[in-house]
Write a protein that binds this ligand. Structure first.
Ligand SMILES: C[S@@+](CC[C@H](N)C(=O)[O-])C[C@H]1O[C@@H](n2cnc3c(N)ncnc32)[C@H](O)[C@@H]1O
Length: 216
């Protein structure tokens, strides 16, 4: 069994992935891990505290909602005795389910289950066992951007999708693509997929509102 509290709450995604893969290496199939993250409860508490100081967390919120994880480098630990890589990280529960299942099975996710942090209970899979099918992401109801802004967004998503696809075919065809490069491309494609899903939801909502006859 591996137990830690308040460690993944301070590392960026790259260091977290290194640790998750190290924990995978040193544990036996069936091993249980208890790890904590700053989840929804912590996020709401920090947002309330920051808002009462007159600061705005909306940019971080947008990033947390779209990426599922934020690493806040510009935090109260700046200038402290901690090393430079050590700051404040928040996780959306869906991110933990989608991303950490690449390393372990998730047995339980307990909001505020470890003092003020979410407790994530994981189990090491037998070697070679496939991860469970990912659970789909739920999108909140979209707000429609103006038509011109949406057209620009569609163009940028398409252009970026084309670039990623070109790079993907180029690298995948080449003999020397590194795992890291392919993984970055995969993350980029995944991100584009998310943006396209959001656009599709917006267009569906607009079509519905046109059908209802309540639009220009
Ligand atoms: C907030 S403390 C938590 C300490 C203790 N587990 C607790 O709950 O009181 C964060 C811990 O993360 C550890 N840590 C910081 N950077 C790390 C890294 N890159 N890899 C592993 N552990 C790290 C620190 O040594 C520190 O013990």
């Amino acid at each position: 069994m591996v137990v830690n509290h308040s460690v993944f709450t301070h590392l960026d995604e790259r260091l977290q992935d290194l640790w998750l893969s190290e924990l995978q290496r040193i544990t036996q199939p069936g091993a249980i891990l208890l790890l904590t993250v700053e989840g929804t409860g912590s996020w709401n508490r920090i947002c309330d505290a920051v808002a009462s100081g007159g600061e705005d967390m909306s940019a971080w919120r947008t990033e947390l909602e779209s990426h599922g994880i934020v690493f806040i480098r510009d935090d109260v630990l700046i200038g402290s005795t901690h090393p430079d890589f050590y700051h404040s990280t928040y996780h959306a529960p869906w991110y933990v389910y989608e991303h950490w299942t690449r390393f372990f099975d998730i047995v339980a996710h307990l909001p505020d289950g470890s003092i003020t942090q979410d407790l994530v209970v994981l189990r090491r899979r037998p070697d070679g066992a496939p991860p469970p099918s990912p659970i789909g992401r739920r999108h909140t109801a979209p707000t429609l951007p103006p038509r011109a802004a949406r057209r620009a967004l569609v163009e940028s998503v398409l252009a970026s999708g084309r670039r990623l696809t070109d790079r993907w075919s180029h690298r995948a065809a080449g003999p020397h693509a590194s795992v890291r490069e392919l993984d970055m491309l995969r993350a980029g494609l995944y991100e584009q997929g998310n943006r396209i899903s959001v656009l599709a939801a917006e267009l569906r909502a607009e079509i519905q509102s046109l059908r209802n006859g309540d639009s220009e």
